[in-house]
Design a protein around this ligand. Sequence first.
Ligand code: G3I
Length: 352
Amino acid sequence: MPKIFARVMLFFIILAPSLGASAFEEAPTLRDLAEQNDIYIGAAVYVSHLNDPLFVDILGSQFNMLTPENEAKACELQPRLGQFDFRNFDTLMDFAEEHEMTVHGHTLLWHQCVPSWLANGPFSRDEAIDALRDHIMTVVGRYKGRIAIWDVANETIADDGSGLRDTPWRQWIGDDYVELAFQFAHEADPDALLFYNDYNIESVNDKSDAVYAMVSDFLARGIPIHGVGMQSHMILGQIDPYGIAKNMQRLGELGMQVQITELDVRFEGEPSDQILRRQASDYRRMMETCLESEYCTAFITWGVSDRYTWLRGSNLGFFENPVVAPLLFDDDYNPKPAYDALVEVLTEYAGE
Ligand code: G3I
């Protein structure tokens, strides 16, 4: 760098702020760049994490969408039949609205986080339909006009795509419980976008074929559905951008929005520099795939900091890596190469 230029730069770095000028514009956040690309950038949030000021600062500044990690699930909201507890969900809603973040409600139907009254029953079909309607009308109705998107059904399709998985609601009501949930949610808030959300449905495979068939059937019968959430719990190096793009396209051509709803990129062993570089590449490919699709409207990571990732939980069984670092910020909230990769690709596409 020529000496004169270095001196000028030094001037700006040292003196300019005292002259009231900001020597350099602050670096744009993920949120700034996502809004320039007209997509949501979101994160799953657990209410206890709001006690961490660093977490709060990053969440509010870097993201414009919030998904309650657990607070809107049935076992948390209606632990006893007819007795609702909205305190934690309300706390997250207040935070989101204070920070002008859009809320992605998660989830009205799921086979996990099942309250004992639902698991044990017993219910007649009509009693179970009444209980489902009451849960959805109470929950969706409470936040009418405040929650833009709801995961109405989460993971109701069997892993091999052969049909519906067995769940308590299905046991008491029958196979039409999913469409009933969409109808009740639409009745409770006609303006909310209603999504089906699942894992291993990102690329074209038997399970995503079953999702495509269900959406086609719902649309043919006038069941209100507006989008599909691809959870995207990815394993390092196993991303198929072409298959994901093809799947996004076919769902979009049905009139669906598509969202990446729970992205993390896990791996075995220590988070070495090489692994973190490969992880950054995987995040970049996922963001490119979303930005290239006219139907992809949100890019949501399942958490903010590696410190709180669900993947370190001891109850996972299928995958245990106590040092796994699947997210954009490390345990000390430092942005990782994956964060830098997203800033880079969002900047590239914003400039187009
Ligand atoms: O809040 C209680 C706490 O009071 C108690 O002391 C503790 C004892 O184990 O449990 C705490 O509840 C746990 C909750 O997370 C909050 O930490 C539940 O046991 C635990 O099962 C629950 O796990 C969540 C899991 O869904 C099941 O609901 C994970 O945090 C959450 O990341 C995970 O998220 C799911 C999505 O909803 C759907 N897609 C897959 C994704 C990962 O499994």
